[in-house]
Design a protein around this ligand. Sequence first.
Ligand code: GLN
Length: 378
Amino acid sequence: PLSKLSNVGTTIFSQMTQLANENEAINLSQGFPDFMPDSELLNHVDHFIKKGFNQYAPLGGMIGLKEEIARKIENSHQAIYHPDSEITITAGGTQAIFTAIASFVKKDDEVIIFEPAYDCYEPTVELFGGIVKRFEMKAPDYEINWAAVKSLISEKTRMIILNNPNNPSGKILKENDIQELIELVKGTSILILSDEVYENIVFDGKQHLSICKYPELKERSILVASFGKLFHVTGWKVGYCAAPKNLTDEFRKVHQFNVFCVNTPIQLALAQYMKNDEHYTYLNQFFQEKRDFLRKGLAGTSFELLDCEGTYFQAVKYDKISDKNDFDFASELTINHKVASVPFSSFYKNKLNENVIRLCFAKKQETLEKALENLSKI
Ligand code: GLN
């Protein structure tokens, strides 16, 4: 057969954004801010382009940026990564995830993922001949039953993919989850791919527990983060991967033939901008206000709010409004009520429908107000 991914269509994020545009709907589907990034950051980019930094970067990334990342990780999680040999700048979080899977997953290796899951994990594992084992976290709490996860482990398990905070459920891992994970992998050679792109968006004073805080996990983990989420620049497609040297060496063997390296002037600009920690420490509060505004507005409607501990996504149940499945409901909401969302079933291989949709609140106040106006008429 021609197709290596015969069960895969166009990603739901592109589908819903297209449907939103066709219907001139307010787009709360794909996760991206509709406001400008800080002009200081934009000025840095302009500066470095005009100064002539327009050729290839080193394949691992610009050293100044890797040093700033190492500093951020050390300050936030008390974990040390060597900037030159353990941090790699990637073309966004998704490329880091793809490259990590390509580097380590061989044919017939098993990979454990937690659903609802970001849609690139499973097809990427499949591309490299791996087999996905899934644990379904379910509404309303999206709790992980670690005994059930343990039953998925076999001698073929090569990798566990975590997404913390979780897109789309907004759930964060707690200390007991981490301790269970430590027990689970003890004495095995299982690797952990930890997608933490929303690490700086956690609410109500809760703490993001990065995998790298725990030495017994750090030594087997590939940590992925994203500047798109950190500085409101998803279109720049710059992220990074932090991993111990032995894992980074393997990661870079693939990375060099995948993208080779990433945008030079933007890396320089990001490095300059990262020198001030306040450029990201405000994010928790900033997005909490948006979350609370959306939640308050929805509280007066027939939508039922699920918890949102982190990320810039609010999950809502719509049982009281419609008995359509979530995909049809999300389409109807876009076409008839001009608000686009993402149906939760698209984050489950088996299309588990629990009548939940995801609303992105990384939007201007005005956008959220308009969306609430439409949603409250339903
Ligand atoms: N991560 C974003 C989301 O979940 C967008 C991803 C994408 O469009 N590929 O909406």
